[in-house]
Design a protein around this ligand. Structure first.
Ligand code: PMP
Length: 314
C-alpha cells in the first residue's frame, strides 16, 4: 500500500505542479472535518479568521469555524448568493490568522473568476467541487483542501495541500488526527488511512494524466460548460441566475418557467437516461453537475433533451 500511496501523491503533485514546499495529505472526515481542522491548525487563542461568504458551503465553513475562533465575515455576496463580491469590497483583518473562501459553491453554481490577493495572510480555499478541473497556481495558497468525492472520485477521503511553514501552529488541544503537522510527519498514516479511497484516487490521477493532464481537462470542462450555458441562455425558457463571469464550470443550476414543469422534466430526463438533475433541496429547480467524469456526450444528450422538452412543453 505504501507504494500505491506514494504513487498517488506523486501523480497529484505532477498534475497540480505542487511546489516542493507544500505537504500533500490524504485524510479522512471529508471537507467538513477540515472546516474544524483549519481553525485548530491555524488560529491560536484570540485569533481572528476572515471568511468570504458566497453561499451554502461558505456558510457551513463559517458556522464551524465560529465554534473555535473569532470569525470576521470580510465579504458577503448576500441576496440569493448568485455572485462573487469584488475583491476591493472585502473588509479584511490585517492581523487575520487566515482568509478562507470557497472557490466553487457546489449548490449555488458560483465560481470565483479570480484568486484573491490577500497579501501575506495565508489564503485557505475549499476546492472540493472544482479541484483538478483545470490547472491551478498552488503557490498562491496557504492551504487547499478538497473532499475527494467529486473530481477525485471516491468518498471517504479529503486531500489537504498545505504550505510547510504553516505546520506547527496547531493549538495544543488539537485532536491528533486533525493535526496537519502530525499527519505530515507520518505520511498521512498516523492511524489507518482510507486505503481503498486513496487507491481509487490514485487511479483517477492516472486517468487524468492519460487524458492529457489539467490543460486537457480545462479544454473539455470549458467546452462542456459553454455548451450548457449557451443552451440555457439561448432558450428563452430555461434560466440560470448566476452573474455571467461567476458561473461554475462544474455545477450548473437552472430553472424552468414554472415549478410545475420540474416533475415532468425530471421524469422525461430519467426516461432519456439523464439522472441526478434535481436541484439541491434548498434551491429547487435543476442542477447539472458536470464534473471531470462527465463526457461531452453527456452534456450533448442533456442539451438535446432540454430542446425537445421545450418544444413539446414550452
Ligand atoms: N465544501 C464543498 C464546496 C462541498 O461541495 C462539500 C460537499 N458537497 C463539502 C464542503 C462537504 O464535504 P464532505 O461531505 O466531504 O464533508
Amino acid at each position: 500500500f505504501v507504494g500505491i500511496a506514494e504513487q498517488a501523491e506523486a501523480d497529484l503533485r505532477e498534475l497540480l505542479a505542487v511546489p516542493a514546499s507544500y505537504k500533500v495529505l490524504f485524510l479522512q472526515g471529508g471537507a467538513t472535518a477540515q472546516f474544524a481542522a483549519i481553525p485548530y491548525n491555524l488560529a491560536g487563542p484570540g485569533a481572528v479568521a476572515d471568511y468570504v461568504n458566497t453561499g451554502a458551503w461558505s456558510k457551513k465553513a463559517i458556522a464551524e469555524a465560529k465554534r473555535y475562533c473569532k470569525v470576521n465575515v470580510a465579504a458577503d455576496a448576500g441576496g440569493k448568493y448568485c455572485t462573487v463580491p469584488a475583491r476591493d469590497t472585502w473588509q479584511l483583518t490585517p492581523s487575520a490568522a487566515y482568509v478562507h473562501y470557497t472557490p466553487n459553491e457546489t449548490i449555488g453554481g458560483v465560481e470565483f473568476p479570480f484568486i484573491p490577493d490577500v497579501g501575506d495572510v495565508p489564503l485557505v480555499a475549499d476546492f472540493s467541487s472544482t479541484i483538478l478541473s483545470r490547472p491551478l497556481d498552488v503557490s498562491r495558497f496557504g492551504v487547499i483542501y478538497a473532499g475527494a468525492q467529486k473530481n477525485i472520485g471516491p468518498a471517504g477521503l479529503v486531500v489537504v495541500i498545505v504550505r510547510e511553514d504553516l505546520l506547527g501552529r496547531a493549538r495544543p488541544e488539537t485532536p491528533t488526527v486533525f493535526d496537519w503537522k502530525a499527519m505530515a510527519a507520518d505520511g498521512s498514516m498516523l492511524n489507518t488511512p482510507a486505503t481503498y479511497s486513496w487507491y481509487v484516487a490514485g487511479a483517477v490521477f492516472q486517468w487524468i494524466k492519460r487524458q492529457g493532464g489539467l490543460a486537457a481537462m480545462e479544454r473539455l470542462n470549458r467546452a462542456k460548460a459553454e455548451k450548457l450555458y449557451a443552451a440555457i441562455d439561448g432558450s428563452g425558457f430555461y434560466q440560470n441566475p448566476v452573474t455571467k463571469d461567476c458561473r461554475s464550470w462544474m455545477n450548473v443550476p437552472f430553472t424552468l418557467p414554472s415549478d410545475a414543469l420540474d416533475k415532468p422534466f425530471l421524469e422525461g430526463a430519467k426516461a432519456a437516461g439523464l439522472v441526478s438533475l434535481a436541484g439541491h433541496r434548498s434551491v429547487g429547480g435543476m442542477r447539472a453537475s458536470i464534473y471531470n467524469a462527465m463526457p461531452m456526450a453527456g452534456v450533448e444528450a442533456l442539451v438535446e433533451f432540454m430542446v425537445e422538452f421545450q418544444r413539446t412543453r414550452g
